[in-house]
Design a protein around this ligand. Structure first.
Ligand code: COA
Length: 385
């Protein structure tokens, strides 16, 4: 194949049975189960095990897995020391990438680096996955305190991932509704076929790099505003617009300048992202609880959706998952720059499921290119130029 397709649009990069998207019908399913049902009936822990193992766990399997995650929440003192040395003004995604990469130094077991048979050892893969999935939320929450110069709050083992994350972030036990919404958000962001960060994980994993290297590469990829970083941009954009009355003028100017609307558009969907619909329902629930009738951010977002859909909808450009997630996290009292790290907490499940799938039938990624440079020519010595 010699045709170059920018962004590899439409090029299958792997075979996978982990998740499925029908972008015209707005369907997303993990291991065949529609995301709407998982968001309503499952939990982040169960969904993670479903993604890793390929089937819904039994009661005992889920309980063992949950227990394993809870017992792996503590992060070594030296990792905290590294975090304490990082500048408080740095972006939490850069902190997270640094901290996750450093885990490989402190929690060895990088059997894959040797290319040994352990790459096919499901226990090894499972244990490494648990170590990473359990610690990412803890690291993200720890950073909230470390960057303010305080000691982080210790993780608890009597809470779910979502509860413990909110508890460590804020220092108080979360309201049940907030924990339930956070859990559902973690389910919704856990997996999404071969997106840019998952592809980065696959490429890194295909070299038999350690899982910490795999996840650090994926975190770096997720951080960009065209991918996970869009949720922050959406909130910044809505704050800049200010009020629903300002939307039309702002939107017209944006279109005239050929600028994008953050949280809009998707390579796979030509309808509204099914996850955006669920996140919006969560926002409505919070609106009732918090009395958000005059929440400017949400009202502005709804107005912008109405206006943008009229103009962009005919081209199949609709709200994606990032459109409402930031407003939701904002309503849960979470700082804007922690939105994308929350995405990473959740997506670590999908990345590691793909890592496992890649190792089961590995071949190093080594695509080709269309060369556009100079023909072969003789070197010109320095003084003859
Ligand atoms: N606002 C306005 N126009 C948009 C748009 C948006 N958010 N997203 C895509 N378009 C338009 C582009 O301007 C382009 O128009 P053109 O053909 O006239 O040049 C066309 O749609 C194709 O866009 P392109 O960026 O090439 O699509 P892509 O499939 O490569 O990119 C995204 C997909 C997600 C990167 C893109 O939609 C985007 O940048 N969205 C905003 C960032 C975002 O929300 N990212 C989170 C994704 S979950």
């Amino acid at each position: 194949m010699s045709d170059y397709l920018p962004g590899l649009e439409g090029v299958p990069a792997t075979r996978s049975n982990i998740s499925y998207i029908d972008g015209e019908k707005g369907i997303l399913a993990y291991r065949g189960y529609p995301v709407e049902q998982l968001a309503e009936y499952s939990s982040f822990e169960e969904t993670t095990l479903l993604l890793l193992d390929g089937r819904l766990p039994t009661v005992d399997e889920l309980s063992d897995f949950d227990d394993h995650l809870r017992r792996n929440r503590r992060v070594k003192y030296n990792v905290r020391e590294i975090m304490k040395k990082l500048p408080a003004t740095g972006h939490p995604m850069e902190m997270l990438q640094t901290a996750v990469a450093s885990l490989g130094m402190f929690y060895p077991g990088n059997a894959c680096l040797t290319g040994s048979d352990l790459c096919e050892d499901l226990n090894y893969i499972h244990n490494m996955s648990v170590k990473i999935i359990a610690r990412i939320p803890v690291i993200v929450a720890m950073w909230e305190h470390i960057r303010k110069g305080y000691d982080p709050i210790e993780p608890r083992t009597d809470m779910t991932t979502a509860e413990n994350f909110l508890y460590m972030l804020k220092g108080v036990e979360p309201e049940p509704l907030h924990a339930q919404i956070m859990d559902s958000c973690l389910v919704l962001h856990a997996e999404h076929t071969i997106n840019a960060s998952t592809f980065a994980a696959l490429v890194t994993g295909s070299t038999l790099a350690s899982p910490y290297g795999v996840i650090a590469a994926a975190i770096g990829t997720l951080s960009g505003p065209l991918h996970g970083g869009a949720n922050e941009k959406v909130v910044d954009m809505l704050k800049r617009i200010g009020r629903p009355e300002n939307v039309q003028k702002w939107f017209d100017k944006q279109m005239e300048a050929k600028e994008k609307i953050w949280g809009y558009g998707h390579r796979e969907y030509s309808v509204k992202d099914p996850r955006a619909n669920i996140l919006q329902k969560h926002l409505e629930k919070l609106a009732v609880r918090h009395g958000m009738a005059d929440n400017q951010l949400y009202e502005t977002a709804k107005k912008l959706e109405e206006i943008a859909n009229e103009r962009l909808g005919e081209r199949g450009i609709f709200p994606n998952v990032d459109y409402y997630s930031g407003i939701l996290y904002n309503e849960l009292g979470i700082r804007t720059d922690q939105f994308t790290p929350i995405f990473a907490i959740s997506r670590s499940a999908g990345w590691l499921a793909h890592w496992r799938e890649q190792l089961a039938d590995n071949r190093i990624f080594r695509p080709t290119q269309v060369y556009t440079g100079e023909p072969i020519r003789d070197y010109v010595h320095l003084h003859q130029r």
